[in-house]
Design a binder for this molecule. Structure first.
Ligand code: NAD
Length: 251
């Protein structure tokens, strides 16, 4: 037993969408466990604030301005991570957006934008990071799915399509990348108290809390803890899984 060892000591982790919400909580949690963290986001101000918070707590982090929808940005992100910390061990594909409307009202533009960020962004960053991981003898890819990707949700055709797609890519990559010792898993959060759910009406939130066996929304830290487990050595033999972290909302 090594006393006080961080669970991610010596690891480098890229966290897309790390400027706020679940990504920010994950960046802080990983850095607290000894990881060198690369915060990748389109929101530079919040991203730099996350990095400053990590550094103030004695951790190591850099911000890289990244639009995950651009393959060039994804490649530059991985290059920047290697420049800063020597390699990439963990990629958390967390960046995501919503543009909700019913099928009847959803514009083609809103469909395409959500697919670009939530689905193609995950493809771009994973494609860019995997060669470095493979060369390094292995790695972890962690994808942000959602319970709605398994069960659907009213008013979220585009978002649900991407989250179901992320689950499909997770399983496909687990099959393809196992021989490189790269594990690929997804986390499927329930409703988590971040900016993303601010648009959900209060009475709907109340109903969701009532339907959740644990009686509350999740915190960003609840999801960060799941990512930490899947990134840690404890999860070495887990790949292709979708871990629900939803307080029992969907059983
Ligand atoms: N909050 C929830 O209830 C919930 C539930 C299930 C799944 N999720 C998923 O978890 C992830 C994080 O959600 P959150 O609630 O923290 O959201 P959030 O809106 O608080 O944060 C999302 C982050 O992604 C960044 N981002 C958006 N577009 C980007 C792009 N093109 N390139 C790079 N970064 C970009 C944003 O700037 C922001 O910092 C998302 O993938 C979301 O779909 C959230």
């Amino acid at each position: 037993m090594t006393p006080n060892a961080g669970r991610l000591d010596g690891k480098t982790a890229i966290i897309t969408g790390g400027s706020q919400g679940i990504g920010r909580a994950t960046a802080l949690r990983f850095a607290g466990e000894g990881a060198s963290v690369v915060v990748a986001d389109v929101n530079e101000e919040n991203g730099r604030a996350t990095v400053a918070e990590i550094e103030d707590a004695g951790g190591e982090a850099v911000f890289v301005a990244t639009d995950v929808t651009e393959m060039d940005d994804a490649e530059a992100l991985v290059d920047a991570a290697v420049d800063a910390f020597g390699t990439v061990d963990v990629l958390v594909n967390n960046a995501g957006i919503t543009r909700d409307a019913t099928l009847k009202k959803m514009s083609e533009e809103d469909f395409d934008r959500v697919v670009d960020v939530n689905l193609k962004g995950v493809f771009n960053c994973t494609k860019a990071a995997v060669p470095v991981m493979a060369e390094n003898g292995g790695g972890r890819v962690l994808n942000a799915a959602s319970i709605v990707g398994r069960y659907g949700n009213f008013g979220q055709t585009n978002y649900v399509a991407t989250k179901s797609g992320v689950i499909g890519m997770t399983k496909t990559w687990a099959r393809e990348l196992g021989r490189d010792q790269i594990t690929v898993n997804a986390v499927a959060p329930g409703f988590i108290d971040t900016a993303m759910v601010e648009t959900v009406p209060e009475k709907v939130i109340g109903r969701l809390e009532d339907q959740t066996p644990l009686g509350r929304l999740g915190n960003p830290e609840d999801i960060a803890n799941a990512y930490l487990f899947l990134a840690s050595d404890d999860a070495a033999f887990i790949t292709g899984s979708v871990l629900a972290v939803d307080g029992g909302l969907v059983l």
